[in-house]
Design a protein around this ligand. Structure first.
Ligand SMILES: Nc1nc2c(c(=O)[nH]1)N[C@H]1C(S)=C(S)[C@@H](COP(=O)(O)OP(=O)(O)OC[C@H]3O[C@@H](n4cnc5c(=O)[nH]c(N)nc54)[C@H](O)[C@@H]3O)O[C@H]1N2
Ligand SMILES: Nc1nc2c(c(=O)[nH]1)N[C@H]1C(S)=C(S)[C@@H](COP(=O)(O)OP(=O)(O)OC[C@H]3O[C@@H](n4cnc5c(=O)[nH]c(N)nc54)[C@H](O)[C@@H]3O)O[C@H]1N2
Ligand code: SF4
Ligand SMILES: [Mo]
Length: 759
C-alpha cells in the first residue's frame, strides 16, 4: 500500500446511519451478485450458501442456525458480496500478466488488483524478470520442492495461513511444515484473536468462545457487544440479536463509534423488517474512549464488589467463586484500590454511566460478552479480556445457558485452522499425537508468529515464504517494512484465488498458484470431495462447492499441499492418498485432534457437530490450577501527548480485510473514497481544521514517525482524542514493534497520531 493515493478521491460524506440492512442491504447484495456473476450463476450460488447440502459462506465465522431453522436465503449482504467476488466471471489470465508488468501492477490499489477477476493458471516470476509468465503445475511444484530441499535449515522457511483454508487443507499444511522440520506457521489469527486465545486459555483453560448460538437467541438476559461492528462484519449476528430482543433480552454496546448495527435492525427476512421501523438493538450505548475498556470493566467489577459489600450474598455468585475459581481475593484487593477519577479519565465515561451499566448487570441472571478487534488489537488487550473473564466469573456467568465469553471470530475458518494445528506454538500433546500418527518427530522449538516472521524476513533469516491464502504485506502492520521484508526472500509462493499486493512484493523469484474457492466443485481421482470448517461457536460442518471451477487449471489447496508433500518426501506418510480422498485426511484428524471421533459420519450429519468445550459443557477448567482464574489487571491506557489523537483502524462496509469490494461505507455515510479520517468535531476545531480538509496523518512511536498522505477529514461522533481510518490504507502508520503484551498482536487499534495540513 503506497503512503499516498494512487488516484485522487472525492468522497461524498453524509450522515452516519442509525439503522441497518432493510431494502438498501438487499439491493446492494443483488447489485454485486448480478455484476460479478450474472443472473443464473447468482441464483445457483446464493441459494446453496450456508445450506446443509451447500457451501459455507467464505466471509465471516458467524454460526449457522440449526438445519430446521434455516431459511432458503441464509446469507447477508456481505456474504453475498464475498461469494460474488469469488464466483465472478472475470478472469486474470496469462494475457493479463503479459500486458501488465509487476511494476505497473504495484502502482494499482487493492480494489483494482482484485476486481479484475480470478487467477486461472500457475504463474512464475523468474529472477530479474519484469512480468509473471505461465508455468506448468509440475514445474511449479518441482521448483518449490527444490528450493525447500535446498535450505540448510528448515527454519529458513515460513508457512503463512489465512483463515479461509478448510480444516483438511489446514491439517495437511501444518503437517507439511512440521514434516519439513519447522513450526514457522504464522497465521492471520496472530493479528486477530490471538489476544483472546491467550487470555481465555490462561483463565478458563480453552482459547475460544464457550457459548452457542441458542445461548444468544434463547437464553441470555443481557448481551454485551464490545469492540465489534456486527452490522458490517458479522451481519447475521443481528438476526440472532433480534431474536434475543424479541424474548426480552437487553443489549449493551461499547464502542467509540455509534455503529449502525446497534440502532434499528430492519430484518430483510421478515416483511415487518422491510416495511416497518425494525427492531432497536442496543438498549445502552457506552461511547468508550479508544483503549478505555480495561478501565471500564475494572470500574464495573469494582462496582459489583462494592454492592456486594453493601448487600452481602446478593450481588456476587459466591458459591460459584468458591467452588470453581481461584484468585478472587487478590483481584478484589486490586479493585478496592482503584481510583474513580483515574478510571473515568482512562475510559472517558463517568462513574454514573458505569454504575447504570452495573444496574443492568445485577438485574440479569445470564450474561454473554461478545467482542472482536476493538478489544484484541491493543497493547493491553490480553489484560482487558482477562478483566472481562473476571467480570463474568463474579456472577457465575459461565457454563450455564445464556452465559459466557464469546470472541467473535473473523475469517470463516480461522478457528478451525487453529484446531487443526496451524499455530507456531502448538502444545506438546498435539505434537505427540502427530508423531504417533505419522511416525516422524515434529520439531518442538517454537516457530515465528506473524510479527516475528516479518522481523526474520527483514533480517535476512528467511529464504522461502509460502502463503496459503491471504494478503500478507497488506494485512500486516508497517507496510513499508513488511513489503521490504517480503522482497528479501529468495522465493515467495502464494496459493490464491485473486491477485493481490503480496504477489507483487515478491522474493527474488515468485510463484502464484491459483486454487479453487469454496463455491467450486472439487473433484479428485476418487470422486467429488467435500471439506469441513469450524465456526465461531465450535460447530464443525461440511462444505461442498457446486460451481464449475473458474478454470480447468485450478487445483484445490489440498491437492497443491499434498502434491508438494509428495514432491518433497515421496509417499512416506501417504501424501497422494490424502490428496486423492479427503476422507483419508479426516481419518488422520480423528486420530490426532481431540473431539473428532467418528469424524466422517458426524461431518455428514445435517448441521454437523459441536466440539467439546469443558467450561461450557461441564464447568471444567483445564488451567494451571484446574480452576477458573481471577486475575489482577491494573488498568492502563495509551498515553496521548497534547495535540495528538489515538487512531484506530477499522473495516468499511465494502471490504473484506484487504479485499476492497468498493469505495463506499454506507452505514458511516461515506461514498466514493477510503482515504478518510473520522475525528471528533472539537478535535478538528482545536487543530484549526474543518470537515472536508485534506490532511497528512503522522504517527509517532519510539522508533520515529510515519506518514500517510492526503486523508479527507470527516467530522464524526467519536469521543474526544480518538480518530478512525480504514485498514489497509492506514497500515503504513502502525509500527511493527507496537504489539500487544503476551499475544504479540499488532496494535492496530491504538496508534498515536497527529494531523498536519496535506503536503
Ligand atoms: N464484511 C466484512 N466482514 C468481516 C471482515 C471484513 O473485513 N468485512 N473481516 C473479518 C475478520 S478477519 C474479522 S477479525 C472480523 C472483524 O470484526 P470487527 O472487530 O467488528 O472489525 P473492525 O472493523 O476492526 O471493528 C472493530 C470495532 O471495534 C471498535 N473499536 C475500536 N477500538 C475500540 C476500543 O478501544 N474499544 C472498543 N470498545 N471498541 C473499539 C471500532 O469502532 C469498530 O466498531 O470481521 C470479519 N468479518
Ligand atoms: N490495521 C489493521 N490491520 C489489520 C487488521 C485491522 O483491523 N487493522 N485486521 C487484521 C485481521 S483481524 C486479519 S484476520 C488480517 C487478515 O489478513 P489476511 O487473511 O492475510 O488477508 P485477507 O485480506 O483476508 O486475504 C485476501 C486474499 O486471500 C485470497 N483468497 C481469498 N479466498 C481464498 C481461498 O479460498 N483460498 C486461497 N488460497 N486464497 C484465497 C485472495 O487472493 C485475497 O486477495 O488482517 C489484519 N490486519
Ligand atoms: S454473517 Fe458472515 S457467515 Fe453469515 S452470511 Fe454474512 S458474511 Fe457469511
Ligand atoms: Mo481477523
Amino acid at each position: 500500500m503506497p503512503d499516498q493515493p494512487s488516484k485522487p478521491e472525492h468522497p461524498k460524506v453524509g450522515h452516519p446511519k442509525t439503522s441497518s440492512v432493510g431494502l438498501p442491504g438487499i439491493a446492494e447484495s443483488m447489485r454485486y451478485a448480478l455484476v460479478e456473476m450474472g443472473p443464473k450463476r447468482s441464483l445457483q450460488t446464493l441459494l446453496k450458501m450456508n445450506q446443509v447440502d451447500g457451501f459455507d459462506c467464505p466471509s465471516c465465522a458467524w454460526a449457522d442456525p440449526d438445519p430446521e431453522h434455516r431459511k432458503s436465503a441464509e446469507f447477508c449482504e456481505n456474504g453475498a458480496k464475498a461469494v460474488a467476488w469469488e464466483a465472478t466471471r472475470k478472469r486474470v489470465d496469462a494475457g493479463f500478466f503479459a500486458e501488465h508488468s509487476v511494476a505497473d501492477l504495484r502502482d494499482q490499489d487493492d480494489h483494482w488488483l482484485e476486481h479484475h477477476g480470478r487467477l486461472t493458471e500457475p504463474m512464475y516470476l523468474a529472477p530479474g524478470a519484469t512480468h509473471y509468465a505461465p508455468i506448468s503445475w509440475d514445474d511449479a511444484i518441482a521448483l518449490t520442492a527444490d528450493r525447500l530441499k535446498g535450505l540448510d535449515d528448515s527454519n529458513r522457511a515460513v508457512f503463512y495461513t489465512s483463515g479461509r483454508a478448510s480444516n483438511e487443507a489446514a491439517f495437511v499444511y501444518q503437517l507439511l511444515a512440521r514434516r519439513l522440520g519447522t513450526n514457522n506457521l504464522p497465521d492471520c489469527s496472530n493479528m486477530c484473536h490471538e489476544s483472546s486465545g491467550a487470555a481465555l486459555s490462561e483463565t478458563i483453560g480453552v482459547g475460544k468462545g464457550v457459548v452457542t448460538l441458542s445461548d444468544i437467541t434463547d437464553h441470555a438476559e443481557l448481551i454485551f457487544i464490545v469492540g465489534q461492528n456486527p452490522g458490517t462484519n458479522h451481519p447475521r449476528m443481528l438476526t440472532a440479536l433480534e431474536e434475543a430482543k424479541h424474548r426480552g433480552a437487553r443489549i449493551i454496546a461499547i464502542n467509540p463509534l455509534p455503529e449502525a448495527g446497534f440502532g434499528r435492525f430492519r430484518n430483510p427476512q421478515t416483511p415487518r423488517g422491510l416495511t416497518g421501523p425494525g427492531t432497536k438493538l442496543a438498549d445502552r450505548f457506552l461511547p468508550v474512549r479508544v483503549n478505555g475498556d480495561l478501565a471500564l470493566f475494572s470500574g464495573l467489577n469494582r462496582t459489583l464488589l462494592e454492592w456486594e459489600d453493601a448487600r452481602p450474598g446478593q450481588v456476587l455468585d459466591l458459591d460459584f467463586i468458591e467452588r470453581y475459581c481461584d484468585g478472587f481475593e487478590a483481584a478484589a484487593e486490586g479493585w478496592r484500590a482503584l481510583d474513580w477519577a483515574t478510571l473515568e479519565t482512562q475510559c472517558g465515561l463517568s462513574r454514573k454511566q458505569i454504575e447504570d451499566c452495573a444496574s443492568d448487570v445485577v438485574a440479569a441472571d445470564s450474561i454473554i460478552v461478545c467482542w472482536a478487534m476493538g478489544l484484541t488489537q491493543h497493547r493491553n488487550a490480553v489484560a482487558t479480556i482477562r478483566e472481562i473473564v473476571n467480570f463474568l466469573l463474579l456472577r457465575g456467568n459461565i457454563g450455564r445457558p445464556g452465559a459466557g465469553p464469546e470472541p467473535i471470530r473473523g475469517h470463516s475458518n480461522v478457528q478451525g485452522d487453529r484446531t487443526m494445528g496451524v499455530w507456531e506454538k502448538m502444545p506438546d500433546a498435539f505434537l505427540d499425537s502427530l508423531r504417533d500418527e505419522f511416525r516422524f518427530d515434529p520439531p518442538r522449538e517454537q516457530g515465528w508468529d506473524t510479527v516475528d516472521s516479518i522481523r526474520a524476513m527483514r533480517d535476512g533469516k528467511v529464504d522461502v515464504f509460502f502463503a496459503l491464502g491471504g494478503n500478507f504485506v497488506a494485512a500486516t502492520p508497517d507496510t513499508v517494512v513488511s513489503e521490504a521484508a517480503m522482497s528479501n526472500c529468495a522465493l515467495t509462493v502464494h496459493v490464491a484465488t485473486k491477485l493481490n499486493r503480496s504477489h507483487l512484493c515478491h522474493g527474488k523469484e515468485a510463484l502464484i498458484l491459483p486454487c479453487l474457492g469454496r463455491t467450486e466443485r472439487d473433484v479428485q481421482v476418487t470422486g467429488e470431495q467435500f471439506v469441513t470448517v469450524e465456526d465461531t461457536m465450535s460447530m464443525v460442518h461440511g462444505s461442498r462447492g457446486r460451481l464449475e471451477p473458474g478454470s480447468p487449471q485450478l487445483r484445490s489447496e489440498i491437492a497443491i499441499v499434498t502434491g508438494l508433500g509428495h514432491a518433497l518426501f515421496g509417499e512416506d506418510i501417504g501424501w497422494r492418498a490424502m490428496g486423492d480422498d479427503y476422507a483419508v485426511i479426516r481419518k488422520h484428524i480423528e486420530h490426532v485432534v481431540p473431539g473428532f471421533h467418528s469424524f466422517e459420519e458426524r461431518a455428514a450429519q445435517a448441521g454437523g457437530f459441536m466440539l467439546p468445550r469443558g467450561p461450557h459443557d461441564s464447568r471444567t477448567f483445564k488451567t494451571a490450577t484446574g480452576k477458573a482464574r481471577f486475575t489482577v489487571n491494573p488498568p492502563t491506557v495509551v498515553e496521548v501527548p497534547e495535540g495528538h489523537l489515538l487512531l484506530q483502524t477499522v473495516r468499511s462496509h465494502d471490504q473484506f480485510n484487504t479485499t476492497v469490494y468498493g469505495l463506499d461505507d454506507r452505514y458511516r455515510g461515506i461514498k466514493g473514497g477510503r482515504r478518510v479520517i473520522f475525528v471528533n468535531a472539537d478535535d478538528l476545531h482545536a487543530y484549526g481544521l474543518d470537515d472536508g480538509d485534506l490532511v497528512d496523518v503522522v504517527s509517532v512511536f519510539a522508533d520515529g514517525e510515519r506518514r500517510a498522505k492526503s486523508f479527507r477529514t470527516v467530522r464524526y461522533p467519536t469521543p474526544r482524542g480518538c480518530a478512525a481510518a480504514y485498514f489497509p490504507e492506514a497500515n503504513v502508520l502502525v509500527p511493527l514493534d507496537s504489539t500487544a503484551e503476551i499475544s504479540n498482536t499488532p496494535v492496530s487499534k491504538s496508534t498515536v497520531i497527529r494531523l498536519e495540513p496535506a503536503t
